[in-house]
Design a protein around this ligand. Structure first.
Ligand SMILES: [Fe+2]
Ligand SMILES: [Fe+2]
Length: 181
């Protein structure tokens, strides 16, 4: 009985790679449903953009006795969410899709909400809610992708880890301000 090779035969791999060259990084071995993945990534992109906008608003509006350090945290998060948005947009293009940067419908596509918050504590709490939403949606996307698109999955795992850090930072801020549970 012939041993089943672990990898696809090399000539077959080479033949497949030559087909559909215009698809770039997407080879016939790509297992996920690309339309679905691009749609999910565009929702994640909208989420990140909304988070950038919300953190920027909070950064500029932060005032009060404890505002300086909190504002710096808001700014850092805004920049990191921007970096996530860029990574996601780049991956959408690699997958042959188009990143949706349209302001129209942005909030509908986004998982997280844009809440201005009425105080420093209110802002931190709203950001924490948004981070927790992002954490759950990234976790679901990672489970959905499983081994069908390991590159996208790994990117999302990296982003998820940072959203968890963000949530942790915000909880620490609340505790420092005497609003921890
Ligand atoms: Fe993010
Ligand atoms: Fe975040």
């Amino acid at each position: 009985m012939a041993v089943k090779p672990f990898l696809t035969d090399i000539t077959e791999l080479r033949k497949r790679a030559r087909k559909h060259l215009e698809e770039g990084a997407v080879t016939p071995g790509y297992k996920a449903d690309r339309t679905v993945v691009v749609k999910l990534l565009n929702e994640a992109l909208a989420t990140e953009i909304v988070c950038v906008l919300r953190y920027k608003r909070h950064y500029f509006m932060a005032s009060g006795i404890n505002a300086q350090s909190v504002a710096q945290e808001f700014l850092q998060h805004a920049n990191e969410e921007q970096a996530h948005a860029d990574l996601i947009a780049q991956r959408i293009v690699q997958l042959g899709g188009e990143p949706n940067f349209s302001p129209e419908g942005l909030l509908t596509r986004s998982h997280a909400e844009y809440v201005e918050g009425d105080s420093l504590i209110g802002m931190i709490k709203e950001d924490l809610v948004a981070e927790r939403i992002a954490i759950d949606s990234y976790r679901e996307m990672i489970t959905y992708l499983s081994n069908d698109d390991p590159t996208t999955r790994r990117m999302l795992e990296g982003i998820l880890a940072m959203e968890e850090e963000h949530a942790d930072d915000l909880v620490t801020l609340l505790q420092e301000l005497g609003h921890g549970s």
